[in-house]
Design a protein around this ligand. Structure first.
Ligand code: CU
Length: 399
């Protein structure tokens, strides 16, 4: 963020600074040939303009400098943990990677860990869907034996899955039991964000409602500044809104939320916190489906041969896109960008952008273990891989 901001400021200044070096307008040059007094007048005007522009340039420079200072201060506050009581946010500019580091008994711990249920829960009946999010500061496990001091909606990261019917009124309540302000931004809502998504102070709560008229797989997340830190700390989830016109039937519906983790320490024996510098540089230590690296490798999702399996995929980021791919098959239907009005057929890989969604059907006849991955393979290396076990076959993937 600050890097972008700086570039904009630099560009702004460069343009402004360049103005008084520009040649006079073409029309002026033409006129000057038959009017000797013109240049004198122009010189006088320019003489007056240069100090004015100079002053503006200096003022802009100071504003840009202040903006940068503010941005850097915000980042420093996050990195040092001074504004984030209870969080270990050490690490500042240290980009040491803890990728793949786990306790020696990681395999045992992975098997013991209860995988998040990826099954799409049923939508409530009736005209209203009530959603209560209670934000708590909580230590969670994000990879085998790797613990993280998260900010968690409803106790998890990702948050508990939300499923609503088309046209239902979503009555949302967020209660902040954390120690700093938080908020919640629902991508499925068309609503004034300055009102609905505003910060909730610790101990407070906010209520708003919207009608789920847009179908798709949507992200929701904390929108409190710096948003990068709030999402990186676990404040995200998925809300699924089915279209009014029913989709082709599916035998299984699974929801997958992609996200990255940026650690201040290995996460064992002490829980890790956020390393903001790594988040800014997009150098995660772990990348996960539903908040825990590799959980569906040890606890595969299941289907029978011939089943239509529907994946509702949301990419929470905060920064990586997901190139969704199922090894050993082709996406029969791909509602790209979760545009539920149309689907593409027979797609090998479909991009789900950070902050976006996608819905994908596969129909696999041959029993086996079919990995679902982010085909941007750095993410697989960091844990964004799971298995679909078709036909209850034994064993695991050798690769
Ligand atoms: Cu937050």
């Amino acid at each position: 963020m600050p890097a972008t901001r700086e570039r904009q400021d630099v560009n702004g200044n460069a343009q402004l600074g360049g103005e008084h070096h520009d040649p006079p307008p073409k029309a002026g040059r033409t006129r000057s040939s038959d009017n000797g007094g013109y240049w004198a007048a122009l010189a006088l005007i320019l003489g007056l303009l240069v100090p004015v522009l100079g002053f503006v340039a200096v003022w802009m420079g100071i504003s840009a400098h202040d903006a940068r200072k503010d941005a850097n201060k915000a980042v420093a506050a996050v990195s040092s943990g001074s504004a984030m009581a209870g969080m270990d946010m050490s690490g500042g500019g240290d980009l040491q990677s803890f990728a793949g580091q786990a306790p020696s008994n990681a395999d045992v711990l992975a098997k013991k860990h209860a995988a998040m249920d990826a099954t799409l829960p049923p939508a409530p009946s009736g005209p209203v869907a009530r959603v209560n999010l209670v934000l708590v500061d909580k230590t969670i496990e994000i990879a085998p034996g790797v613990r993280y001091s998260a900010w968690a909606f409803s106790g998890g990261a990702a948050a508990a899955l939300i499923h609503v019917r088309p046209g239902q009124k979503v009555e949302l309540t967020l209660t902040n039991k954390g120690v700093i302000p938080h908020s919640v931004d629902f991508h499925a809502a068309r609503i004034a964000p300055n009102v609905a998504f505003k910060d909730v102070q610790p101990g407070g709560s906010i209520h708003y409602s919207f009608v789920a008229n847009d179908a798709g797989a949507f992200m929701f997340h904390c929108g409190t500044k710096p948003v990068l830190a709030h999402i990186a700390n676990g404040m995200y989830g998925a809300i699924i809104v089915e279209p009014r016109k029913p989709l082709p039937p599916a035998d299984k519906n699974y929801v997958l939320v992609a996200s990255e983790w940026y650690l201040s320490s290995p996460g064992f024996p002490k829980p890790a916190g956020l390393n903001m510098a790594k988040a800014q540089q997009q150098q995660p230590d772990w990348v996960s489906w539903n908040g825990y690296a590799g959980q569906y490798v040890t606890h595969p999702l299941t289907a029978d041969p011939g089943d239509t399996v529907r994946f509702w995929v949301v990419d929470a980021g905060p920064s990586f896109d997901t190139a969704f791919h199922v090894v050993g098959t082709i996406l029969n239907r791909a509602w790209v960008n979760a545009d539920m009005t149309q689907f593409q057929r027979n797609v090998q890989t479909a991009v789900v952008p950070a902050g976006g969604g996608g819905v994908f059907d596969v129909k696999i006849d041959q029993p086996g273990l079919y990995p679902f991955v982010n085909h941007s393979f750095a993410s697989v290396d960091l844990g964004q891989v799971g298995l679909l076990n078709v036909g209850n076959v034994k064993g695991t993937m050798s690769h």
